[in-house]
Unconditional design. Structure first.
Length: 405
């Protein structure tokens, strides 16, 4: 009996995923390469690897290729933070200013530009839950929507390979207004980077060391971290953007990439690299209710709490989002404590399961965990931005179509 059959999936339909990726994306040169791993009931039902890790050098993609996972760092950081919640060292409803006193006087943008901001008082302080679900009023400099976004870019806030370290980033944010009063809207932001800083402050360990000791090492995620060490540099993939002619253009050369050296800022929001096999270990731990390799990472009830829709009023992202991007199609999608959550399939208009949780990365990587189907999926490629093609929705359709029981 094949592994796919053991997992209750159709081998023929799973193989169709590879043919689809080749015909629609890799063959035409829309993606440099693609790696998809599908697991069900703890068994890897399908692993498809095709295309190139480095187009110019003719280097083939491999099972152990290393990818920039960008915002797929966020769930790892959120798990790290919730470990401290379980230890009673911090609470989800704690005000952030309790641990970052210089944020006590943050105001909401009312007009003007730096340094002549017009601000109003927040209706309530930022709480930890706001950081976890992106309702804090913080933003991202990569957005080009407001004067506050522009100020983030000028300050170099939360740039993994920028000049500011952890402490300097928090100080810089204290001088910038919020986009809105906490809890009143959803805006994709540097909030998870702030969670990384809080993990560091509360645990007394550098953030990267906490993640290594408490998550990566026990899970055996030996190829995941905040940079690629010299002995693994040959496995780092090239990263691309779509050029004006529609062809792939090199965005980050793996032989000169900044990811080859430790960063100045250990970004809990987007600073990590990983492999498909490593990230699947993290997903399987989530699928198992917070346990793996005989180690309890999070309590089952804590993880269930994290994967509820925590958006105010039970709304979805279409109701609350002000973000230019969110790494997700918004209709029928809520947001929990570190993950997007599928709340309404009829709004999302794609096969799946209510309660599945997921997130993605800026270079078009993605993962999802479906507890009702005991299903986990990891997809890796390297193309910025993530909105270039609808491939992640297409993969959902193809994977769910392969369930055969």
């Amino acid at each position: 009996m094949t592994t796919a059959a053991v997992a209750g999936m159709s081998r023929r339909r799973l193989q169709y995923i590879d043919r689809f990726l080749e015909a629609q994306y890799v063959g035409p040169g829309k993606l440099p390469g693609a790696l998809i791993m599908v697991a069900r009931r703890g068994e890897v039902a399908h692993l498809g690897v095709q295309g190139m890790a480095d187009v110019a050098r003719g280097k083939l993609l491999a099972e152990d290729s290393i990818f920039r996972i960008y915002s797929m760092t966020k769930p790892i950081t959120s798990v790290a933070f919730m470990m401290l919640v379980e230890e009673g060292r911090i609470a989800v409803d704690d005000p952030v200013e309790k641990f970052i006193p210089e944020w006590r006087d943050l105001g909401v943008y009312g007009g003007g530009q730096a340094p002549g901001w017009v601000v109003t008082r927040t209706r309530r302080p930022i709480q930890m839950v706001d950081l976890l679900r992106h309702t804090s009023g913080l933003t991202y400099g990569v957005q080009t929507r407001t004067n506050v976004d522009r100020a983030y870019r000028r300050a170099g806030v939360a740039e993994p390979h920028g000049e500011l370290g952890m402490d300097a980033t928090i100080t810089a944010l204290a001088k910038l207004p919020l986009e809105f009063s906490p809890g009143e809207a959803w805006n994709y932001s540097v909030a998870t980077d702030v969670l990384g800083y809080l993990v560091q402050q509360i645990s007394g360990q550098p953030f990267q060391d906490f993640v290594q000791a408490r998550i990566l090492n026990p899970l055996g995620m030996t190829d995941t971290g905040f940079h690629v060490p010299p002995e693994k540099a040959h496995r780092l993939t090239a990263c691309y953007i779509r050029g004006r002619d529609g062809c792939l253009a090199l965005q980050d050369d793996p032989e000169t990439s900044k990811f080859l050296a430790p960063p100045n800022f250990y970004s809990g929001g987007g600073g990590m690299v990983s492999t498909a096999a490593d990230y699947m270990k993290f997903c399987q731990m989530l699928m198992n209710g917070g346990e793996a390799n005989g180690t309890r990472f999070l309590g089952r009830k804590t993880l269930a709490f994290m994967t509820l829709n925590h958006l105010p009023g039970g709304k979805d992202l279409t109701d609350l989002s002000r973000s230019m991007f969110s790494e997700a199609t918004n209709a029928g999608i809520g947001f929990g404590l570190g993950f997007a959550v599928n709340t309404d399939l009829t709004k999302n208009l794609i096969a799946g399961s209510k309660g599945e949780f997921f997130w993605s990365g800026a270079a078009s990587t993605a993962f999802w965990v479906d507890p009702s189907e005991d299903l986990t999926v990891v997809f890796m490629t390297q193309l910025l931005p993530s909105s270039t093609y609808p491939i992640r929705r297409e993969l959902r359709t193809l994977v769910y179509a392969a369930i055969d029981d």
